[in-house]
Every structure is written in structure tokens, then in C-alpha cells.
Design a protein around this ligand. Structure first.
Ligand code: GDP
Ligand code: MG
Length: 163
């Protein structure tokens, strides 16, 4: 299968939109309601002649905080298990949330490389917000807009740099 990149993060940060943007499909289900991606969705990305696979995670049903958090734990652990690289997506318009912290803690304990993606940077007005995400302890956040494609070229360069 080659390199597999898993997109993880709390609901509504734009994982499915990013998946669609990177694979240039409309396969992943994007919705304003948190947790709409029903299952794991696999796709392929070709960037400058370098290919990798990508998986959009989600599929949790939000009933209670407990189920919610345990579903996120499950998705992140599956991602750590199966993927070669983790793309951890956060929402630059929202700042760091408790769930972001929770996911970051799991990822910091794994040995898999993590690329921190600060999504929804549609314009440079949001660029100053991304400094907060250094506190997650996962390195430099990559500012992108999954909606309009801003910054996704630099992100893809990072994913394939050692391929
Ligand atoms: P997921 O739950 O993490 O898969 O998030 P979705 O991809 O379903 O997106 C959740 C919401 O965020 C939708 O309303 C998207 O249109 C919106 N969204 C996703 N990416 C961006 C972005 O780059 N900029 C803006 N402004 N909205 C975005
Ligand atoms: Mg989704």
C-alpha cells in the first residue's frame, strides 16, 4: 500500500474536507453536524509524482461525553496502529480545546511521526492564532484551509519530503 497517512482530530475541525481536498474527491461526507463521517474512508494522493494513501477517521456517535471520548481514543489508537504518519487536525478559528489536548497527549506517547495541521486558515487574518498550537507539544503547526486550498501545497511537501 505504500505510505499511509491517517487524519485524526476532534469532530468538525475539517478532517473530511481536508481528505476531499487532498484526494480531490467528494467521497468523504462533510457536514456541519459533528461526527458525520460514518466510517473510515481511504483514498490516494499523488503529489508531484509521489504517491501515498490517506485515511479519514471519524464515525463516532456523540451520545455522551464518555462515549465521545472513548470513540476518539479508539480512532486515534487505530490510526497510530495502522498509519505511518498521523495528520492531527485542529481548528485555528477555535484555539486549543480540551479534546485537542486529550488527542495530543495520546499522540505524544506514540512513536509515529505527527504533522500538526491548523485548519480553517482561509485568510492570513487567522495566522496569528496558530501560535497557541505549539503548546500541544507536537512541533510546528501547518496553517491550511481545506476549503480553499491555502497552505495545502506546503503540507503535501512535508508529507512526501522523505519519499
Ligand atoms: P470533520 O468532522 O473534522 O470531518 O469536519 P468536516 O470536514 O465535516 O467539516 C466541518 C465543518 O467545517 C464544515 O462546515 C466545513 O465546511 C467546515 N470547514 C472545513 N474546512 C474548512 C476550512 O478550511 N475553512 C472553513 N472556513 N471552514 C471549513
Ligand atoms: Mg468527517
Amino acid at each position: 500500500m505504500g505510505r499511509l497517512v491517517a487524519i485524526v482530530g476532534r469532530p468538525n475541525v475539517g478532517k473530511s474536507t481536508l481528505f476531499n481536498r487532498l484526494t480531490q474527491t467528494r467521497t468523504a461526507i462533510v457536514d456541519d453536524t459533528a461526527g458525520t463521517t460514518r466510517d473510515r474512508q481511504y483514498g490516494k494522493v499523488d503529489w508531484c509524482g509521489k504517491e501515498f494513501s490517506i485515511v479519514d477517521t471519524g464515525g463516532w456517535v456523540v451520545n455522551s461525553e464518555d462515549i465521545f471520548e472513548s470513540e476518539i481514543n479508539k480512532q486515534v489508537h487505530v490510526a497510530i496502529e495502522e498509519a505511518d504518519v498521523i495528520m492531527f487536525v485542529v481548528d485555528a478559528t477555535n484555539g486549543v480545546t480540551d479534546l485537542d489536548d486529550h488527542v495530543a497527549e495520546i499522540l505524544r506517547r506514540s512513536t509515529k511521526p505527527v504533522i500538526l495541521v491548523a485548519n480553517k486558515v482561509d485568510t492570513n487574518d487567522w495566522i496569528y492564532n496558530i501560535a497557541d498550537f505549539y503548546a500541544l507539544g507536537l512541533g510546528e503547526p501547518f496553517p491550511v484551509s481545506a476549503s480553499n486550498g491555502h497552505g495545502t501545497g506546503d503540507l503535501l511537501d512535508e508529507v512526501v519530503k522523505d519519499l
